[in-house]
Design a protein around this ligand. Structure first.
Ligand SMILES: N[C@@H](CCC(=O)N[C@@H](CS)C(=O)NCC(=O)O)C(=O)O
Length: 203
């Protein structure tokens, strides 16, 4: 039995989808930010960063959402990591690109819109972050015009990881109307049973 710390509505969401995708049995432990549980000695022993998600599998502990997903895939469903060195390289390429390049401007907008009070919102940050997105979304759209999935004809962890970052667009009001291949790909992914089970967890 695995233990995942965090809620499906947080950065842990992509790990819940991955847990459902690999079919591992797990229990969830919620961490209350309001009660500062993420800074408690007990939780810092699990993740010294004081952040969710974190995962425990027997005597093994791992934190950092994408790393958790790579571990889950390797341990429980390695076929979604690709079957050749080139495919595995591409799964890493897209996953790292999504978290290192695509996610930061989206999170910058998210923070301004959701957490910063109206009088302190920095509209320049929002505008600058929005301007960074079309070039990256075009790159993804072009890749998906050629293939149904990022590795070609079959689903991989790259699709799961990247699409959880793209999903932030919706939360921050970034329209994907100009990217039809991304939309079709998201529809395709939303038909997966694992995705439906993950969505059901969101309530
Ligand atoms: N890079 C980390 C980010 C994790 C993260 O920022 N988690 C947030 C929740 S969405 C958190 O725990 N924040 C608490 C804090 O920063 O004090 C990952 O992807 O796992």
């Amino acid at each position: 039995m695995l233990t995942i710390y965090g809620s499906p509505q947080s950065s842990a969401g992509r790990c819940f989808w991955c847990l459902e995708e690999v079919g591992a049995s797990y229990e969830q432990k919620s961490i209350s930010f309001k009660d500062q549980e993420h800074k408690s000695a007990e939780f810092l022993a699990v993740n010294p960063n004081g952040k969710v998600p974190a995962l425990i599998d027997g005597d093994f502990t791992i934190w950092e959402s994408m790393a958790i997903n790579f571990y889950l895939a390797e341990a429980y469903k390695p076929e979604i990591l690709g079957s050749t060195a080139k495919e595995k390289g591409l799964v890493h390429q897209w996953s790292i690109w999504s978290i290192a390049d695509l996610q930061p401007p989206l999170i910058a907008i998210f923070i301004q819109l959701i957490f910063v009070p109206e009088e302190r919102k920095d509209h320049a940050i929002i505008k600058k972050s929005q301007e960074k997105l079309p070039a990256m979304l075009n790159i993804l759209n072009l890749a998906l015009e050629k293939n149904a999935f990022l590795l070609g004809e079959s689903f991989s962890l790259a699709d799961l990881n990247v699409s959880t970052v793209v999903a932030i667009c919706d939360q921050v009001g970034v329209s994907l109307a100009d990217y039809p291949a991304i939309n079709k790909w998201q529809e395709r992914l939303s038909g997966r049973d694992s995705f439906k089970r993950y969505q059901a967890l969101l309530g």
